[in-house]
Design a protein around this ligand. Structure first.
Ligand code: G3P
Length: 215
């Protein structure tokens, strides 16, 4: 499972990219607005840091507008793919963009049937939002499991991005479910590094080395 960072914060992207583990970035309008920056500038800077796929969201609600925005966003950098909302207009846009060779990430997916439609339209990625389903009392990871099983069963090339992940257990569960990608918020990525026993172990090794270092 590849690890993407779910943020538009370039400092966080630079830091995690420095770990050597970052395979891509996903953004959305809420994440960019949190940075108080213009979308294009933000995406240009992210593309200068990350060589893997970067998702940028189209905001039009009509097919023609989505396709026009996709062309503008895709012109920023060759590794930018276009987040398209899971609507009938969005499916039509995905199908047009697929024929043009522009990669898409169908976003706001909440069911296996929506993921089937996204794949049939030619989406490169489909993003089930796990945390938002958990929020309303449905187990979000079940939908990820169903989508992965169906895509496997029919050799569907669309990649599943487990999104709206809120804590480290979501990442483990996404990996066990067979998601191709987990897109992870910065704070969750940082939590994944740490374990109390690792900290205790390092402390103990350093203390023991102090006893022998002058021998
Ligand atoms: O990748 C989608 C993600 O940004 C949504 O997360 O926490 O707003 O549901 P959240």
């Amino acid at each position: 499972m590849k690890l993407f960072l779910d943020t538009a914060n370039v400092d966080h992207i630079r830091e995690i990219n420095g770990w050597g583990i970052l395979a891509g970035v996903t953004t959305n309008p809420s994440l960019v607005s949190r940075e108080g920056r213009c979308m294009r500038d933000c995406l240009t800077e992210i593309a200068g840091i990350v060589s893997g796929p970067i998702s940028a969201e189209a905001l039009s609600m009509d097919t023609e507008g989505m396709v026009r925005e996709a062309h503008e966003l895709a012109s920023i950098a060759e590794n930018i793919n276009i987040k398209i909302p899971m609507t009938s207009q969005g499916l039509a846009a995905v199908s047009i963009l697929a024929k043009e060779g522009i990669k898409t990430n169908v976003t706001l997916v909440f069911s296996a049937n929506q993921a089937l439609l996204a794949a049939a339209a030619g989406a490169t990625f489909a993003s089930p939002f796990v945390g938002r389903m958990d929020d309303i009392g449905n187990r979000g990871m079940t939908v990820v499991e169903e989508i992965v099983d169906i895509y496997d069963l029919y050799d569907i090339p669309t990649q599943v991005i487990a999104a709206s992940l809120r804590h480290p257990m979501h990442v483990t569960e996404a990996a066990l479910a067979g998601a191709h990608i987990a897109t992870i918020p910065y704070d969750v990525m940082v939590k994944m590094v740490h374990h109390t026993l690792t900290d205790i172990g390092i402390k103990r090794f350093l203390e023991d080395y102090e006893k022998i270092k002058d021998l």
